[in-house]
Ligand binder design. Structure first.
Ligand SMILES: [Zn+2]
Length: 91
């Protein structure tokens, strides 16, 4: 009689697959219009999700899906931050 826990799922902007929120990296656009990395997933604002995978990040940036999803420009500094975060988490 084990109850299945409902896991929130979000779509990766790179591969467009629905995944467990914990497997995704969150990028958030704050009320002030700032685009930030949100590793804790707790910041308020409009969120976009990408797998912990550089290939997905590249796709999301090249396809402009990150910009479209957040409805604002993605600063190059944030792209660098994302890449560094992904690299530092690589095993
Ligand atoms: Zn992905």
């Amino acid at each position: 009689m084990a109850k299945q826990r409902k896991i929130p799922r979000r779509m990766c902007l790179g591969c467009r697959e629905n995944k467990n929120k914990r497997e995704l990296l969150r990028v958030v656009r704050s009320a002030e219009g700032e685009v930030l990395l949100d590793p804790t997933g707790k910041k308020a604002g409009r969120g976009a999700y990408i797998c912990w995978d550089e290939a997905c990040l590249q796709k999301a940036i090249r396809g402009k899906s990150l910009e479209k999803n957040l409805r604002c420009a993605i600063p190059e500094t944030l792209v660098q931050d994302l890449k560094e975060t992904l690299c530092s988490n690589r095993e």
